[in-house]
Design a protein around this ligand. Structure first.
Ligand code: SF4
Ligand code: SF4
Ligand code: FES
Length: 237
């Protein structure tokens, strides 16, 4: 196994060839913010939170899909990147209807945590207040499109791990939505096994257990991590 040596934020790091910059940073104890990434699912580089600067390139690169290279010099926390991340988080908040005070994920939300991490105490952009629906047709779970940030973690976990492929992404631009089946109510899709993996994978309060109130989102990240590790190792039941 060949090894690359690189620096991330001035820290010398050794990582196996083929490792991503994100994985190399995590192994070195350096935190790069992510939203769409979930170790064990295929990377899609959708959220752009993990963008880093790599010496020699003017283009910002997503750390979750960029492989390490020998001699690479990576910066993950420059003023340019901090400003970029804050703007991205502001866009996510203003594009949807994230009313944290009445959200099931309040206090257990990756989007909210990132807003705190980037120092977003207000937005510099106008709120769009889109009209979005809530799907309560499933007998155990619900989907609130108001809180969906289109990270597609639910799509990938249901397809790649559960093998049910209930979810997809429909339409484009401001009409883009997560859809169940062929844009059916979730409860009408026979392929759903009720496993709850999509709910566990959701970083916000968009997917939730029925009956949970504000701040009652189940903290199941560790359960999902175990499932994804077992899936990768081929030992999942
Ligand atoms: S509950 Fe399981 S099978 Fe049903 S949509 Fe979610 S991940 Fe797919
Ligand atoms: S429902 Fe949740 S997991 Fe699925 S795309 Fe929206 S935010 Fe991501
Ligand atoms: S975590 Fe890399 S683009 Fe979303």
């Amino acid at each position: 196994m060949s090894v690359c040596t690189l620096t991330i934020d001035g820290q010398a790091v050794a990582a196996a060839a083929g490792t991503t910059v994100l994985q190399a940073a995590q192994q070195a104890g350096i935190t790069i913010p992510t939203l769409c990434h979930l170790e064990g699912l295929s990377p899609v580089a959708a959220c752009r939170l993990c963008l880093v600067e790599i010496a020699g390139s003017d283009r910002l690169q997503p750390a979750c899909v960029t492989a390490v290279a020998e001699g690479q010099v990576v910066h993950s926390a420059t003023p340019r990147l901090r400003d970029h991340r804050r703007t991205l988080i502001e866009l996510l908040f203003t594009e949807g209807n994230h009313v944290c005070a009445v959200c099931v994920a309040n206090g257990h939300c990756e989007l909210q945590d990132l807003a705190v991490a980037v120092g977003m105490d207000h937005t510099r952009l106008p709120y769009r207040h889109p009209q979005r629906s809530v799907d309560l047709s499933h007998h155990r779970f619900g989907l609130d499109h108001n809180r969906c940030i289109l990270c597609t973690r639910c799509v990938r976990v249901c397809d790649e791990v559960e093998g049910a492929h209930v979810w997809d992404v429909g339409w484009r631009g401001e009409h883009c939505r997560i859809v169940a089946g062929l844009n059916q109510p979730w409860g009408a899709v026979d392929a759903c096994t009720d496993c709850g993996k999509c709910v566990m994978a959701c970083p916000t309060g968009a997917l939730f257990h029925k009956g949970d109130g504000a701040e009652e989102k189940h903290e199941e990240a560790w359960r999902l991590a175990v499932i994804l590790r077992a899936h990768r190792a081929g030992t999942a039941p």
